[in-house]
Design a protein around this ligand. Sequence first.
Ligand code: NDP
Length: 330
Amino acid sequence: MAETFRALVLDQQDKSISASFKTLSMDDLPDGDVLVRVNWSTLNYKDGMILNGLGRLVRTYPHVPGVDFSGQVVSSNDDRYKPADEVILTGWRVGEAHWGGYGQMARVKADWLVPLPDGLDGAQAMAIGTAGFTSMLAVMALEEQGVSPDQDGEVLVTGAAGGVGSVAVSILAALGYRVAASTGREETHAYLRDLGATTIIDRNELTDTSRPLLTERWVGAIDSVGSTTLAHVLSEMKYHGVVSACGLAGGPDLPATVIPFLLRGVKLIGIDSVMCPYETRLRAWERLARELPKDHLSAATTKVSLSDILPWGEKILKGQVKGRLLVDVQ
Ligand code: NDP
């Protein structure tokens, strides 16, 4: 095993954040039970924020970002893992409060890992990453609240050409739902249809919040945008419709009324992937391995090298990334 490894390190000087590639030693790594050779990571919206020093997500520098990784166990002080086991890590504030996946080695708590499920390799797991894992949690929440493909109506996905949205469209279509995909980018329409969307909606049609109830349209919705988009979607839900709220790409506010909840029994379910309990994680990953079509996953994935990550971090904040970014760390 090499004694040193390469990592992207964020430093803070005064109030500005700088990023540089450094050679680190094993002694530099934080404490933890399991040492992992990181093969793949991803770029999520949150990584974009962290790379650009936004949101006060990172409080201690120097810091190695990267909220997800997959790799191979090198050594373990925990009975659940042994050398050469393939593992995945998403969430638990890794890459944020703890060093993450943008280094070739990571040392983490065993509790934060899940074994790579049968049916996925490490690169596919990271093509899914936190964004795709969140999409599956959002689909599972719709199902738990009674939404099913037999119902008369479509499930809406907002921010559809982004990471969470793309995987959500693909899973829902594979499960037999009729999927309406909302996007602001015309150039992604063919891509979204290839993932299984049956209807494409211009995202500008989903921002009017002047009336609390509009014509009933959706049996379910997966929203990664928030703000006026989520408020508008609530007003268009069918009777007993269910919305999984995943994100805030359009803003953290919610300028809505309670009327859709009171008059249509609409349900708004919050989705959190970060502190999600272990058993639910296993279930979600097993379902992703079985139910997410692999050809759709590769169509939704752009592979980039860790050396090229910084400009992509700026692009994702501007909503310019299509689908998922897989990061080759080695
Ligand atoms: P992406 O940037 O890949 O996707 C976000 C998409 O939202 C964009 O592609 C764009 O879709 C749309 N969008 C961006 N800006 C705006 C805007 N101003 N108004 C309307 N739509 C907009 O990010 P991710 O998919 O990685 O993450 C999406 C959101 O989900 C983020 O807010 C992220 O923080 C959150 N998230 C939450 C998690 C959780 O545990 N709850 C886990 C993972 C992510 P299009 O071009 O199609 O219009």
